[in-house]
Design a protein around this ligand. Structure first.
Ligand code: KG4
Ligand code: ZN
Length: 337
């Protein structure tokens, strides 16, 4: 294992500063410095996010090296998130990674954030998926069905036409007066609710594409009608509303995933991204493993939401296949998939 590449990675695409060190598939450290400053604003404020990254980046790198017990001389390369994400946030991580790699005479590996969510499945201790596999990537900014043939060979089979699944959770939570990010809160509330209490309709979208913006509007009108009859409707039925909304989001995702399995014949299936932490989605996938003979890959909780271990894993796979970046690679908020 000593010969396996040892990678330090920096993730700063949104509001969390993540730094990790891995050797081979083993995570030696995975530090995430969160940013509570955004909660009061109901979403991430880009300027505040970049400022917080600038404050956190040096102590987070020091902590990750200390936790891993690794010195810079033992590293093989430095990986960082090149995009997509918020420009100011990406810039802090990329600029730091470049100067730190240069100072320590280490190669640089730029990584695509969504590829990294998918490649997190190669981190120990899980069984790495065998190729090709299908991955439903569901985060706050993306919702995609991806056919994965290799660390760089990925094809998007379908994606959301408007809001991402995480955005749907967050926007509904906001309508219910809950803080950002609302996804994990709706997940928790749902466990005390009746998922069949209220019916919301599915959007009609052809093929493997999806849509979530209509759901937010449906919930908005539903809440307005219900509150006109009972001003305490939200507080009295919060868990039932959360469970019913969660059910429809999970149903939309699972139907498209089932359609992707039938059209490709690939039964090796993974989920990735922040929303893959959702307990109902994880349960629905486990159910398909038993009922439909899929081989499913569900990431450990620590690798669902944004983290640098996934950037390190993607960086390691790319580095081993000969990819090395340069100081002139610019961070790209819309880095193409
Ligand atoms: O991947 P991620 O950490 O950041 C992006 O790249 O966007 O995903 C964040 C998203 C947020 O929308 C958050 O509400 C959602 O993932 N999320 C969840 C859960 N945990 C995080 N949504 C539903 N249930 C959860 N348990
Ligand atoms: Zn993400």
């Amino acid at each position: 294992m000593r010969d396996a590449p040892c990678i330090l990675a920096i993730e700063s695409s949104c509001d969390d500063t993540g730094v990790a060190v891995i050797r081979g598939r083993q995570v030696l450290s995975n530090v995430v410095a969160g940013q509570e400053v955004h909660e009061q604003f109901g979403g991430v404020v880009p300027e505040l996010a970049s400022r917080a990254h600038a404050q956190h980046i040096v102590p987070t790198v020091q902590q990750a090296l200390k936790d891993a017990g690794v010195s810079p001389e033992e590293l093989s390369a430095v990986a960082y998130t090149q995009g997509p994400g918020l420009m100011g946030s990406l810039h802090v991580g990329a600029a730091f990674a470049k100067s730190w790699a240069w100072a320590n005479e280490l190669p640089l590996v730029p990584v695509h954030h969504m590829h990294a969510h998918i490649l997190a499945h190669y981190l120990a201790p899980g069984d790495a998926p065998s190729l090709p596999f299908l991955c439903l990537t569901v985060s706050g900014g993306h919702t995609q069905l991806v056919r994965v043939e290799g660390p760089r060979e990925m094809e998007v089979l379908g994606s959301t036409l408007d809001d991402a699944a995480g955005e749907a959770f967050d926007k509904v939570a906001k309508l219910l007066g809950l803080p950002y990010p609302g996804g994990p809160i709706l997940d928790r509330l749902s466990s005390d609710g009746d998922e069949h209490a209220f019916e919301f309709s599915h959007p009609k979208v052809a093929g493997l594409d999806m849509s979530f913006s209509g759901l937010k509007t449906q919930v908005l009108y539903f809440l307005q009608r219900s509150q006109a009859e009972n001003p305490n409707f939200i507080s009295e039925r919060l868990a039932d509303i959360a469970a019913s909304v969660q059910r429809v989001i999970v149903e939309i995702l699972m139907r498209k995933l089932e359609a992707a399995v039938s059209s490709t014949g690939i039964k090796e299936v993974a989920i990735a991204g922040g929303v893959s932490a959702n307990r109902a989605l994880r349960k629905a996938l486990e159910h398909r493993q038993n009922e439909m003979g899929w081989k499913v890959h569900i990431p450990p909780m620590a690798y669902c939401t944004d983290n640098a271990a996934m950037i390190a894993m993607a960086g390691s796979l790319l580095f081993q296949s000969g990819v090395v970046g340069s100081i002139s690679d610019a961070p790209d908020p819309r880095l193409p998939f």
